[in-house]
Design a protein around this ligand. Structure first.
Ligand code: UDP
Length: 448
């Protein structure tokens, strides 16, 4: 048993975008779709990732794969399973690509063996399915080790990396040392920022493609006030703290339970500077149920740490802070709860210490929320400081975070202006049509 899972694809027509975008823009993406059909003629376009649920990659693939299928392209999405050793190694790589050691274990021969053992289980089945001439998009370090065999099979292989750090350090060097021989056989690489690509990536075959969101997905679609109310106050989601308040203003961070998202830092800053914020302001930290994200072995530990940290707070800080676990059994339901939380919040925070690109920033921006986010990685491309949100130069500076929150909470008009500009920024730069067009450009070069 290889454990390769196929994610069912429900095609969605691009025409759906016409209710939001000017006709020229929809026509343009439809022209590109026609070009893609000609280019791919008879070939299958495969996506291979390590999870179908939780995190930005899965979020985006659900949308992009559905639109591509809607244009008549033969597109398929496969998910590789893995054992605990494999995901411990890939999480270590993920952390190091963000410049931190993670669990501290080595990326040595033992790590390589654990990584190879899982991919070896998938390789044969994958090679049986993929035909020469097909195009395969491999997502992130978890799947990089499949590139060589797929290329030998005669497929066109693209490695899409969703993470990265602008500056290199010994940890990033360590991760790239591990990945380089795996990635080099790929025909092309795609990064969210040019700075994330190591120097050895051939610039002719490097594409910079920032992520995007889908305004019609359950995560982003309009919700009525009654739906928001019902979803936000659903019983059983608060794991620490009282039930979410009905008459308070809320500062929200939604993230996976990952140390680099720094939920702990948000909690710490809020509690330490409680008196700098108006008394009706509460903090909500929301993340997936810890068992919910298959490829993230640290989630349960990070959530447990945050819960411990919350319990150690003084009573008055505990009364105004709430930790929420969003159920993961039903992905549509999960997305609707996150959607509601983002619409309900007065200000949305993303205090990441490193970030390839934060969909958790783009999503509230689309919902016209004012955002306060760390000026790290892709977030710097997402938010223009003072125009479509506020950026924090030092992601570790909790006092600066609270000062930014206090200034926004005291100025509803500014919040509205920032929110309006944020929505337009997402409409103009971070929707699926731009994303799909960039991929078609890449396929044109690849299949030339
Ligand atoms: N997310 C979710 N449920 C949660 C927490 C997060 O659906 O409980 C989603 C979030 O809305 C976003 C994605 O997971 O769409 C996270 O993507 P992002 O690019 O911000 O970060 P990543 O998790 O990929 O590092």
């Amino acid at each position: 048993m290889s454990g390769l899972l196929e994610v069912p694809v429900v095609p969605v027509a691009l025409a759906r975008l016409s209710t939001l975008l000017p006709p020229e823009r929809v026509q343009r993406v439809e022209e590109y779709a026609a070009a893609a059909r000609r280019l791919l003629d008879g070939r299958t376009l495969w996506n291979v990732s390590s999870t179908a649920r939780g995190g930005g990659v899965a979020e985006m693939l659900h949308t992009l794969v559905a639109y591509a299928a809607g244009t008549g392209i033969d597109i398929r999405w496969l998910v590789i399973g893995g054992d605990a050793d494999f995901f411990a190694v890939t999480k270590r790589i993920h952390n190091r690509l963000h410049g931190v050691p993670g669990d501290g274990g080595a990326l040595d021969a033992g790590a390589r063996a654990a990584y190879d053992a899982t991919l070896a289980r998938h390789r044969d089945e994958l090679l049986r399915r993929v035909r020469p001439g097909d195009v395969v998009l491999l997502h992130d370090p978890q799947t990089a080790g499949l590139a060589g065999a797929l290329r030998e099979r005669g497929a066109h292989v693209v490695w899409r990396c969703h993470v990265g750090l602008d500056e290199t350090n010994t940890w990033t060097d360590d991760a790239w040392g591990f990945l380089r021989p795996l990635v080099e056989p790929a025909h092309a690489c795609v990064f969210s920022r040019e700075e994330f690509a190591p120097a050895w990536v051939d610039r002719r075959w490097l594409r910079v493609v920032p992520p995007s969101l889908d305004p019609f997905s359950p995560k982003n679609a309009e919700l009525s006030a009654a739906e928001v109310e019902e979803l936000v106050h659903r019983p059983g989601m608060v794991v620490e703290g009282t039930a979410l308040p009905r008459d308070a203003r809320v500062v929200l961070q939604v993230s996976r339970w990952d140390r680099l998202k720094d939920m702990a830092g948000v909690l710490d800053a809020f509690a330490a500077h409680l008196d700098d914020l108006p008394p009706d302001v509460h903090l909500v930290l929301a993340g997936p149920e810890a068992r919910g994200v298959a490829d993230d072995p640290e989630a349960a530990e990070v959530l447990a740490e945050c819960r411990g940290q919350w319990r150690a707070l003084p009573g008055r800080a505990r009364a105004r802070t709430h930790l929420v676990s969003v159920p993961m059994d039903d992905l549509v339901d999960n997305a609707r709860v996150v959607n509601a939380l983002q619409r309900w919040a007065s200000v949305v925070v993303q205090k990441s210490l490193a970030e390839g690109f934060g969909l958790t920033v783009t999503e509230p921006m689309w919902k016209a929320r004012p955002v306060v986010a760390s000026a790290v990685g892709g977030i710097r491309d997402q938010v223009e400081h003072g125009v479509s949100g506020l950026l924090l130069d030092d992601p570790r500076d909790g006092a600066a975070l609270v000062a930014a929150l206090a200034s926004l909470l005291a100025d509803p008009e500014r919040c509205q202006d920032l929110g309006r500009a944020a929505h337009l920024r997402v409409r103009d730069h971070f929707l699926a049509d731009r994303h799909l067009i960039q991929y078609v450009d890449l396929f044109a070069q690849l299949l030339d």
